[in-house]
Design a protein around this ligand. Structure first.
Ligand SMILES: [Fe+2]
Ligand SMILES: [Fe+2]
Length: 322
């Protein structure tokens, strides 16, 4: 039995991190009620508030939504680890995968509905981008290495948690309270998911420290690919790079955040304190140096991204030089 397979009981205990459907928020709870008396006023007030969001933040939100909407890509990737043999298996891993997917599915739905109701977005362009992204697929770069997939998931859940939370704070600072609330709700889900993947990787570290450190090392060897890296609108090339530059410009997720995520995970997994030898010790040394390395590279990476020639995002009604 593989280590991953042997984690069924551990994963079973961690299933409590999923929220039962009856206790879950649904997108409807965070959007104006369009049924019944007064819907025009409610929608009008909602749109008035949404108009306060600067276009720079709206573009970031669209990119985040597109990334969330490509959920099938990530579910396929995690299926390789969780292995739900029938699609309805009752093993803890299979139940986690389906429960996680069902919770994540609300994120794309909610952001999609929010953006549509603002009236500020060319929804057809956004929808085309989502379809392209799902067709283009997703690779975290270490397929077949289950440990690396789990380390990647822990990293991404934390990164998306920070991204949604920061965007929410910026929305609030601009007087857009509805979006602030939406981002907080999504971010809280990401936080629970982050705890799951971080715990599971922590347990793999206990059972197979050498194997886990080599896989974590493989994950960090290259700049960690973002889930939406293969997004395209079928128009200008380089859409993802333009979106990434917009994220940096808006200060929603920076190289400093990237470094902070690695630093946090290193601490959570006790990377520094493990006594390892040979190849594993070299990997450990490399991993421990990464937060500082990215801190030092931050200015250079950001300069390069911000030097991108301006172009236009097809996503916004009013357009925006990207
Ligand atoms: Fe999400
Ligand atoms: Fe997530």
């Amino acid at each position: 039995m593989s280590i991953i397979e042997g984690l069924q009981d551990f994963v079973g205990d961690a299933l409590a991190l999923l929220t039962p459907v009856e206790a879950s928020w649904q997108p409807t709870d965070l959007l104006p009620d369009l049924a019944g008396e007064g819907w025009r006023e409610r929608l009008g007030a909602f749109r008035e508030e949404a108009s306060r969001l600067p276009a720079e933040l709206l573009v970031v939100l669209v990119g985040n939504m597109v990334t969330e909407e490509a959920l099938p890509n990530y579910a396929i990737a995690l299926q390789r680890v969780a292995r739900d043999a029938t699609g309805t298996s009752e093993t803890p891993w299979a139940r986690w995968l389906r429960g996680w997917t069902a919770e994540e599915n609300r994120h794309g739905d909610l952001l999609n509905a929010y953006l549509r109701l603002t009236g500020r977005v060319e929804m057809r362009e956004v929808e085309r981008t989502v379809q392209h992204l799902i067709r283009n697929g997703f690779s975290q770069g270490n397929e077949g290495d289950d440990y690396a997939s789990l380390a990647y998931a822990a990293f991404q859940e934390r990164a998306t948690r920070l991204t949604h939370a920061k965007l929410g704070r910026l929305a609030a600072a601009n007087g857009e309270g509805n979006l602030a609330r939406i981002c907080r709700k999504i971010s809280a889900d990401e936080a629970r998911h982050e705890v799951f993947y971080t715990r599971v990787v922590g347990e793999v570290f206990e059972r197979d420290p050498e194997g886990m450190i080599l896989s974590y090392h493989a994950t960090l060897r290259k700049l960690i690919a973002m889930p939406g890296a293969r997004m395209a609108d079928g128009r200008a090339p380089g859409l993802f790079e333009d979106y990434s530059a917009a994220v940096l410009r808006a200060g929603v997720y920076t190289t400093h955040d990237y470094a902070a995520v690695i630093r946090h995970l290193n601490t959570a997994w006790g990377v520094e304190r493990r006594s390892l030898a040979g190849k594993a010790a070299r990997a450990q040394d490399y991993i421990c140096r990464q937060p500082e390395r990215y801190e030092l590279l931050a200015a250079e990476i950001e300069c390069r991204a911000l030097e991108r020639a301006p172009a236009r995002f097809s996503w916004l009604v009013d357009g925006l030089d990207r």
